[in-house]
Design a protein. Structure first.
Lengths: 280, 280
């Protein structure tokens, strides 16, 4: 059987690739893209069989661009997973910690390792466009006084050496990822991660007093627990919003079908983005 | 009387400076800072008398970083205003449209003028770190084949020439700005912009079914119209959120005081960020 091709944003070794592995194991071929939009476009065009995208991080919040793409492309969320973001100091083989004068990484990653830089004042923060890409660069350039900050997968891929593991300031740093399918093909994790299901949807309501409250009653009156609400600007209607909701429950349940029918009555626009087992 | 010093992020001529002018007229001295955090820090330290910050844009959504700073610094929102984002093609005096081969600007601004680049295939998009800063650069370098894309205020400040006005693709591009005060000083617009008031607050609730719905009932049951809801991750509690609400009404009204007391009963945490006249 041919392995499915899974698109993600970033260089080989990015945290998205860890998410692909966690969701699908080694039964997948990863296809890196530069931009999130390219990940959606290539899935839409059938160049890939599925995609994995980050949707929120516990320190930084939502990846808003991907919320917009979920609306603009005809994709379904079929699974989710949470990856703990572990930053490692990685150098070409032979380079020792005491040799390191510069540490390259994406600015967000550098900012998540400030304690390390305080404890190692000889090491300078050097910004680079990508975490995994910074490992590739220090290896390819054969730098003897530099390291990179990235995932352990990146160290493995580029044949580099982990000088120090888990140098991030806050260990409660997780990113939630979605596995996306189109209607054409089904690429699913080998087994569901949880018996608890979630459903994600996007809707808009008329801008009248109490309209969001009434929309949410469709869930509250049926004891369906909201796990996330996100608002995005509605294009062409300044100061109006689209709302993205996640709640516990699956489209297969009658209670959920009733809630969706109720919300449909109240909403100007409604689209279900998918039902999937809660991620571990 | 000494003019108040107003901090904002960006170079002189940034859209934030237009917001300062719209809010306070010429009765203010503007103080530019590189980062949003510096704008909050300097206000906190008394280096400035007030600050103006962008909080959301009708095409791009919220400026999430500033939502976080509103929580972390002890500031009050005392006014808001909406600025239409008009992008102009600006060049050093003497440079004509047909001479222009490159247009410099911030990537977001370049992306908001795609139609212009389609109609002018000889002009290349060149990214720069700032809109107003790109005007300063083309003027200071005396470039004869380049222009910048920025506000008309930037053209004025750097003595440059507007080659083409309003080249943005979508005219429904507005940014909403807040005027912030601390407890020490009051810097207010000369007159309220509207008889309708708004109040902004931030709260968190326990993560139990229906808790957000019950919190919103404090407003819905009193016919107080929510105009915005924004969620941000709660630090240290993965997958829990802070909610930022804006609603019509002022803290001075009894109905609003009742709603806030009701919300206080339900919330783990609540802070009112300010009441202010609705912006024009």
């Amino acid at each position: 059987m041919k392995k499915p091709r899974i698109g993600f944003q970033g260089e080989l070794g990015a945290f998205s690739q860890e998410a692909v592995q966690k969701l699908l194991g080694d039964a997948a071929v990863v296809v890196p893209y530069q931009r999130f939009e390219d990940v959606f476009k290539s899935l839409d065009a059938g160049e890939t069989d599925a995609s994995v995208i980050p949707i929120e991080n516990t320190l930084h919040g939502s990846v808003h661009e991907n919320y917009d793409h979920l609306l603009n492309y005809n994709v379904r969320i079929v699974a989710e997973t949470n990856v703990r973001i572990v930053h490692n100091l990685i150098a070409p083989v032979g380079v020792r910690l005491k040799d390191v004068r510069r540490a390259f990484s994406h600015p967000v990653a550098l900012n998540q390792c400030l304690d390390f830089f305080v404890r190692h004042p000889n090491v300078e923060k050097s910004t680079f466009y990508d975490t995994a890409g910074s490992v590739r660069m220090v290896v390819n350039e054969g730098l003897r006084d530099a390291a990179a900050i990235a995932s352990s997968v990146a160290a493995e891929i580029y044949g580099a050496h982990i000088l120090k593991r888990s140098i991030e300031d806050d260990r409660r740093n997780f990113t939630r990822f979605f596995l996306l399918n189109t209607k054409k093909k089904r690429v699913l994790p080998p087994q569901p991660t949880s018996p608890v299901w979630k459903t994600s949807l996007v809707f808009s309501t008329s801008n009248t007093p109490g309209s969001l409250f009434r929309s949410m009653s469709a869930f509250a009156l049926r004891d369906l627990n909201l796990t996330k609400i996100e608002s995005r600007p509605l294009r062409g209607k300044p100061w109006e919003y689209l709302f993205y909701l996640d709640f516990n429950g699956s489209e297969g349940e009658e209670k959920v079908q009733n809630a969706l029918r109720h919300l449909q009555e109240l909403a100007d626009f409604l689209r279900v983005l998918g039902s999937y087992p809660e991620g571990d």
